[in-house]
Design a protein around this ligand. Structure first.
Ligand SMILES: NC(=O)c1ccc[n+]([C@@H]2O[C@H](COP(=O)([O-])OP(=O)(O)OC[C@H]3O[C@@H](n4cnc5c(N)ncnc54)[C@H](O)[C@@H]3O)[C@@H](O)[C@H]2O)c1
Length: 434
């Protein structure tokens, strides 16, 4: 049974790794991998979170502070680290784990800069440990289906990709009142969020990104937001006053409908709702001065094969999801996915996702993608099997498990995006990964 130490006791760490490894009654949909692994330690700047979790779940996971990393390794002897705290911590713990010859499962983004990504690659070369980057997005049924079509040669030589990914006003806004809104913690949304999208395309088309050019801006959030109530006020507003005048709060947090609490909701609250006293000593709002990232990007990427991609991202649109087209000399694949939950969607949400393949001179073929339960389009559950047990035959065939090189390309593309937007010139991926 593999022994895991968690570095960063985040909401993601709990849902994706801790709960499946300990098996919480009432949360069976998160899976039970307790026969394959054990959480032997957890490390966080906020050890209260681990202690409260232990009290509620009746577990005894030893809690360590970041400065106790070496002590944790010595005392609990893990075989592998799960690095799942705020993004800026990933490089440090991944490299420290590799120095101890441990395997490291690191949440996306692998790091927040290309320089750190290169350091991880170098550390892995000297280590007996291996890095897995948890790019769950590859694992959705639609993405696996597209990959199979491409592997079967449906597209011929891939020529270009059109990819639009938007976040809705609920989800997108949430990043601007959390740590993600600071470049020093997240690398910006082009790293934190878009790394998922860049990795997806790099993997689907099996190509290496070479050059990135982008425009980007902060249009919806931050002090200059057109929605910032402070701009219209002659006196300084406190957080509560800002909230009462803010369209994002009014839409999503203004109305609280009292719902009867099913038992599972209580289990969910007990398990996942832990205070963040260190991370957020005070409440943040969408218009704070220290927001220093972009919420909008338009990007062009050129790949080694000569294929190119146009990618656009907006973190404040009425619905969330993507529109994707991949063209090749053999035809075109297109799909659209609406990710906004039905209760937040401003129109009737389609039940299913379809993937359409149209041969260049042929007839349209529409494939209905089955709806799979579970987080992130069902991908969260499938990737756990590859991580905790071993990659399935399908995973091996499709190359689903991502390593440090793929993690590095996705980070470098994200960094190239914000750097290009800032400087107004294209950036080479090889220069970012120096
Ligand atoms: N693959 C996915 O679909 C997916 C989904 C959600 C989150 N994530 C990733 O999971 C990670 C956690 O995200 P989250 O939103 O759950 O985070 P979170 O805000 O819930 O938790 C962050 C944790 O990091 C801790 N932390 C901060 N600085 C630290 C340090 N120096 N050392 C140790 N711990 C530190 C905080 O105290 C907190 O417990 C992020 O990297 C995010 O990108 C991935």
């Amino acid at each position: 049974m593999k022994r895991y130490a968690i570095c960063g006791f985040s909401a993601r760490a709990i849902a994706q790794y801790v709960v499946p490894l300990i098996g919480v009654p009432g949360l069976t949909e998160y899976g039970d991998f307790s026969q394959y692994g054990k959480v032997v330690a957890a490390l966080d700047i906020d050890t209260e979170r681990i202690k409260i979790f232990n009290q509620r779940q009746k577990t005894i996971i030893p809690a360590y502070l970041p400065e106790e990393f070496e002590k944790m390794i010595k005392e609990t002897k893990p075989d592998a680290l799960i690095v799942a705290g705020a993004d800026y911590t990933h490089a440090e713990y991944t490299i420290a784990g590799l120095k101890h010859d441990l395997d490291v499962i690191v949440e996306k983004p692998m790091t927040i800069t290309g320089k750190q990504a290169k350091q991880v690659i170098d550390a892995e070369k000297k280590s007996k440990g291996r890095v897995i980057v948890a790019f769950n997005y590859r694992y959705t049924p639609a993405h696996k289906y597209i990959k199979k079509l491409i592997l079967d040669g449906a597209l011929g030589k891939i020529t270009n990709i059109e990819f639009v990914y938007n976040l809705d006003t609920f989800h997108g806004a949430s990043y601007f009142k959390r740590w993600n809104r600071s470049r020093k913690f997240s690398g910006g949304l082009s790293v934190h969020k878009s790394c998922h999208h860049f990795d997806l395309i790099n993997w689907l088309i099996d190509d290496i990104p070479e050059t990135v050019f982008a425009f980007g801006a902060l249009n919806y959030f931050g002090p200059n937001s057109p929605f910032n109530p402070q701009k219209k006020s002659k006196r300084r507003l406190n957080n509560e006053e800002v909230q009462k005048r803010c369209p994002y709060y009014l839409k999503w947090e203004g109305e609280t409908i009292p719902l009867p609490e099913p038992a599972s909701l209580k289990v969910i609250k007990d398990t996942f709702f832990l205070p963040y006293k260190i991370q957020y000593p005070k409440e943040l709002n969408y218009y704070d001065e220290d927001i220093d990232i972009e919420d909008t990007y338009s990007v062009v990427v050129r790949y080694k094969s000569g294929a190119s991609m146009t990618y656009s991202f907006n973190a404040s649109t009425p619905w969330e999801g993507y529109i994707l087209g991949i063209n090749g000399t053999g035809g075109r694949i297109e799909t659209m996915h609406i990710n906004t939950s039905s209760d937040r969607c401003p129109f009737p949400k389609p039940e299913r996702q379809t993937v359409t393949y149209i041969p260049l001179f042929g007839t349209r073929q529409v494939h209905d993608i089955p709806v799979v339960p579970g987080g992130h389009g069902g991908s969260d559950h499938v990737i756990k099997h590859d991580i905790f047990v071993s990659p399935t035959e399908e995973s091996k065939k499709l190359g689903l498990c991502a390593g440090s090189i793929e993690g590095a390309y996705a980070v470098a593309m994200g960094e190239a995006v914000w750097m290009s937007a800032k400087k107004g010139v294209p950036f080479k991926i090889k220069d970012i990964l120096k």
